[in-house]
Design a protein around this ligand. Structure first.
Ligand SMILES: [Zn+2]
Length: 189
């Protein structure tokens, strides 16, 4: 199982981001939010996501970057197409990934959630390596934070007016089936 030490996955590549603050007093993360991102949109590989989440995206490298390089955003982790895991913010901290959002009637999901980005788009199938890595992270979080695997959702579910990720390409049934192999849960569709 993946080890989490002081909120950091020991086996991930660590790229500390300044885009976080403290969670409200006493709040332990109890929601996992699945996202997607690709930079430039639809292209994979390259250093751009690390740069955006670190606050140093070069606005001259691509026209689209001029629109987003001012954004102060970061997820806790990114899973690249080959399954590599990059971590930007400790899980105990409040990463700025969800924006205006609501889960089961509670607003400001950043306060109480962990955000995981999959490198991808809404419509291109994610890789098996990504599902495997996401499952490994999820199992580690369930064990470290007593996160209830019923409380896993997509960005589009907590910000439906604004967001579409992780999109129809994300195979929730497959993810659930992988999780059920490690956790005592019902692999419902
Ligand atoms: Zn998102």
């Amino acid at each position: 199982m993946m080890a989490i030490i002081d909120g950091w996955l020991s086996s991930a590549r660590h790229v500390p981001s300044p885009h976080f603050n403290q969670r409200p007093q006493g709040v332990i993360p109890h929601l996992l939010v699945v996202h997607n991102i690709s930079l430039p949109p639809g292209e994979f590989g390259g250093p751009w996501i690390d740069q955006l989440f670190s606050g140093n995206l070069d606005p001259t490298a691509h026209p689209y970057f001029q629109e987003i390089n001012h954004l102060k955003v970061a997820a806790h982790c990114l899973i690249r197409r080959d399954g590599e895991i990059v971590q930007y913010v400790a899980f105990d901290e409040r990463a700025w990934h969800a924006g205006q959002s609501s889960y089961q009637g509670v607003d400001n999901c950043n306060d109480f959630s962990i955000g995981i980005e999959l490198e991808g788009t809404d419509d291109i199938p994610y890789t098996e390596a990504q599902y495997q890595a996401l499952t490994s992270i999820t199992v580690a979080l369930v064990n470290a934070y007593s996160l209830d695997p019923e409380h896993i959702t997509g960005h589009s579910d907590i910000a439906p007016e604004r967001k579409t990720d992780p999109g129809p390409a994300f195979d929730w049934k497959h993810y659930r089936a992988l999780l059920s192999h490690y956790l005592d849960i019902n692999p419902r569709g």
